[in-house]
Design a protein around this ligand. Structure first.
Ligand code: FAD
Length: 395
């Protein structure tokens, strides 16, 4: 029969790879495994927290992929036998593959931060996978009294979406400014520098005055203990902070199925071959998105999408006996600081001697001293990006 490609994970990387592979090689059978009937994106979930987007506006069904000829099975992949080339599903089914693509995103490292386990996340949500966690955080913010304190615990690198915590702080500030103007936001960070730092800090000041306080690691920003029941955290220097709403973004690792397939290394992430995103460790397995070690590319949805296209092209070429084209990769991360205030960071990447490099002079961040029109345009570009990438992947 025809070749069979199984894709695990219907998020940014996996759904892109499935769709583009089917488009490039219609004769190949493509099966996508994803437990959720509806995918909620992390991108723009901060805008939902701000009250600028509805929950439904970040939802995507898999009808578009089905229409494109992808077979979608709503189940979880529980295990992989890479010798027999089989995937075991939570519904009891077993799938044989010629090529396997994994884009499982992240799992939390429970208890890497003392006291922060799954039970604690029900009290102090991470909201770092979009879904019930995001809705819980929104409910807590809605219930918080004016004059309350929102505390966010931010991890060291690498983690999903480097600018994400700082956009979230701005979006919560937007909500507070309108509904709870006496409230405060405290960011406790386990690093001394972050993505688009200068732009974020001057945006905070311009729009929210001193509502947001950022404490870097060397100024006692590193949280070492979480007491979720009392909504209290303790820092490396022994300082205790009490929150009214506590958002803990813990250290992360590749989704568990990557471990089961034997593609992770000691770091908990997946080393890949830059030209195709094939695993360095296991034959005929490709890994995309946040699960991979793709630095200097960030762990972003934009990056996962571009990686999915390169992998789809490489897999199609291999299955059809064609030469593998040289991949080119791009990323732009837009962040919204206020309704008419957007900023961005962009980069172009390629593989060189098996490694990913940023093309010299290709990228950069928004100018520091742009006028209001420029910031408004970038807010609009961000919204257009969301619409375009959603259409490209799911809709
Ligand atoms: P995901 O998109 O998370 O997809 C993984 C999928 O795999 C999930 O649907 C999951 O259910 C499924 N899965 C996992 N394990 C299994 C299994 N065993 N079997 C079957 N299915 C499985 N990126 C941007 O580019 N722009 C932004 O503006 C942006 N904003 C963000 C804001 C926030 C608050 C956060 C947290 C992230 C943001 N990101 C943004 C980052 C973006 O969400 C991730 O980089 C992106 O989702 C990574 O894609 P992925 O395919 O690796 O994982």
């Amino acid at each position: 029969g025809s070749a069979h490609v199984v894709v695990v994970g219907g998020g940014f990387g996996g759904a892109t790879a499935a769709r583009y592979l089917k488009a490039r090689a219609p004769q190949v059978r493509v099966t996508l495994i994803e437990p959720a009937q509806t995918f909620y994106t992390c991108p723009f979930s901060n805008l939902y927290l701000a009250g600028l987007r509805t929950w439904d506006s970040i939802a995507h069904s898999y009808d578009g992929l089905r229409k494109a000829g992808v077979e979608v099975i709503h189940a979880r992949a529980d295990n992989v036998d890479t010798t027999g080339k089989r995937v075991f599903l939570s519904n009891g089914k077993l799938l044989h593959y010629d090529k396997l693509v994994l884009s499982p995103g992240i799992d939390m490292r429970w208890n890497a931060l003392e006291g922060y386990d799954e039970a604690a996340a029900a009290l102090a949500p991470h909201a770092w996978k979009a879904g019930t966690q995001t809705q819980l955080l929104k409910k807590q913010l809605d219930a918080m009294p004016d004059g309350g304190k929102f505390v966010m615990v931010i991890p060291a690198n690498p983690f999903r979406c480097p600018p994400g915590p700082y956009e979230r702080a701005a979006m919560v500030a937007h909500y507070f400014k309108q509904h709870k103007p006496k409230s405060k936001i405290l960011l406790l960070d386990n690093k001394d520098a972050f993505s688009k730092q200068g732009l974020f800090l001057s945006g905070y000041k311009a729009l929210y005055g001193d509502m947001i306080e950022w404490v870097k690691q060397s100024d006692d920003g590193q949280v070492v203990r979480v007491d979720a029941k009392n909504l209290e955290v303790e820092t490396a220097f022994g300082t205790k902070h009490k929150a009214d709403v506590l958002n803990v973004i813990p250290p992360q690792k590749a989704g568990f199925i990557a471990d089961r397939a034997g593609v992770t290394d000691a770091s908990g992430w997946v080393p890949i071959k830059a030209e195709s995103f094939a695993s360095q460790q296991v034959k005929d397995v490709y890994v995309l998105g946040d699960a991979t070690q793709a630095a200097p590319m960030p762990k972003s949805g934009f990056a996962a999408n571009t990686q999915g296209k390169v992998a789809a092209a490489a897999i199609a070429a291999e299955l059809l006996g064609q030469p593998i084209a040289t991949g080119a990769f791009a990323n732009t991360c837009y962040s919204l600081i206020g309704t008419d205030y957007g900023i961005s960071v962009a980069g172009v990447y390629r593989s060189e001697a098996g490694k990913l490099i940023e093309v010299p002079g290709s990228g950069g961040v928004s100018p520091a001293n742009a006028d209001a029109g420029f910031r408004k345009a970038e807010a609009d570009y961000g919204a257009a990006w969301y619409k375009a990438i959603s259409a490209d992947i799911w809709d």
